[in-house]
Design a protein around this ligand. Sequence first.
Ligand code: DX5
Ligand code: ZN
Length: 222
Amino acid sequence: MDQVKIAPSLLAADFANLAEEVARIEAHVDMLHLDIMDGHFVPNISFGMPVIESLRPHTRLIFDCHMMTTNPDLYFEDLKNAGGDLAMIHIEAVTDPTEAAARAREAGLGFGLVVNPPTPIAAIEPFVELCDMVLVMSVHPGFGGQVFIPEALEKTEAARKWVDEHGLSVDIQIDGGINPETARLAREAGANVFVAGTAIFRADDPVIAVERLRQAIDGRDV
Ligand code: DX5
Ligand code: ZN
C-alpha cells in the first residue's frame, strides 16, 4: 500500500505562534494541513491566504489546503500565490469537478476531492483519476476536536478499492477525530494520509504524539 504520511492540522495550533508550532514538528511529518473556512460552506471562519503567505517562508513542508469554501475554484490563483501546494476541494461545493481540476492544474496546484460524511464515495468515483489525493471526512467539517464517525471506515475501504482496482496512485486521506486508535482503524481500511489536529498540537509533546500515531498505523504497540 502507499506510503504513510502524517499531516498535522494547523487548526489546533497556537495561532499566536504558528511559525514556532510548525518548526517543532517539521522534521517529523510529511505535509501541513491547512483548514480554510469561509463561514458559508461551513459554519465557522478560520484563516485564509494572508496567514498562509506569512507562514510560507518559515517551512518547506507541503501545504495541503483543505478548502471549506463555496466556489473554491475562485481562489486557486490566490492560493498558489500565497504558497499553497495542493487544493483539496469539496465535491459538495463544485458543479464541475473536471473543470475545477483543470483550473487547479493551470494555477500550478495539485488537486484533490473531499467527501463529507453524508456523501457516498460513488459521488467522486468518476473524478478520482483527476486527483492526487482524495479525502474522506471522518467528522462534519468546520471544527477541530470532534469524535471520529465510524462510517468513514467503509467509505475509506470503498475509496481504496476504487483506487487499487483502477491502478491509480492516488493518496487516500482521512480527516477528523484521528488519534492512535482511529488512525489504526483507518489504516486497516486503506487510508495512507492521516490528518490530526488535536492529537498532535494539543499534546504535551507533539513530536511524541506523531510517533505514537506512526506506531499505531504501523501496527506496533502504542
Ligand atoms: C475539520 C477540519 C479538520 C480538523 C481536524 O473541519 O477539516 O482538519 O482540524 O481536527 P481534529 O484532528 O482535532 O479532529
Ligand atoms: Zn481539514
